[in-house]
Design a protein around this ligand. Sequence first.
Ligand code: ADP
Ligand code: MG
Length: 245
Amino acid sequence: MTHLDVRDLACSYGSEKILKGVTLSAEKGEVVSLIGPSGSGKSTLLRALVGLTLPSAGEVRVAGKAVDYSSRKSVRELRSQLAIVFQQYNLFQNMTVMRNVTIAPITIKKRPKAEVEALAAELLARVGMEAKHDAYPEELSGGQQQRVAIARALALQPEILLLDEVTSALDPERVNEVLDTIRRLTDEGITMLLVSHEMSFVREVSTRVVMMDDGKVVETGTPSQIFDSPTHERTRDFVGMILKH
Ligand SMILES: Nc1ncnc2c1ncn2[C@@H]1O[C@H](COP(=O)(O)OP(=O)(O)O)[C@@H](O)[C@H]1O
Ligand SMILES: [Mg+2]
């Protein structure tokens, strides 16, 4: 069954239409990357999917079940299935790494502390942060903080992970450690929607690439279709420009 199915999704900020009918899907375990120029609506799409921005039209199905964004219960259920990580990792500065990762599952999901801490320890090891349980965010590099943010998202045990330019705010030498973390997750078969400017990485890990422009999907294809033989001029221009740099 299609894990995430988005049909004709529309979204506005005030009177301005931002998403103009976006259709895409991801099968279980797929890594679907969104590329396209700045302002094309990639972040808005991810935010709309988790209900941070209310869609004005269209349909979203998770594992076949339609999401009702006007229902708190439906959105709560959705948020137990989807987790999002942003460019700005926004860790709680006054909490240790362990507390950052465990607070939502313990306080919001009411899961037993010992169980959540065991899971958190496992996740922190997976992102290479096992030695930093008791550190505070300000003692960590940006790359380390972003890895903690990824562990924090995974602690909610999402089925689908949305990653929005999670390496864009990092120093260049820190980018690879976060990409390595994501690469490992893709090997584990979690369904992922990925927005990234790291084109060689997108090409390597994606099962499909979606090119967006002006609030719409221009073209969807395998990485080699999109990067080697794009059908649309807009994709050709974008890919050509990005790959030159
Ligand atoms: N909170 C907001 N209020 C008004 N307009 C916004 C807001 N966030 C984004 N936009 C506008 O929505 C459009 C799409 O933005 P965004 O989804 O951030 O694109 P991308 O992530 O592809 O760069 C842009 O024109 C942007 O200016
Ligand atoms: Mg964005």
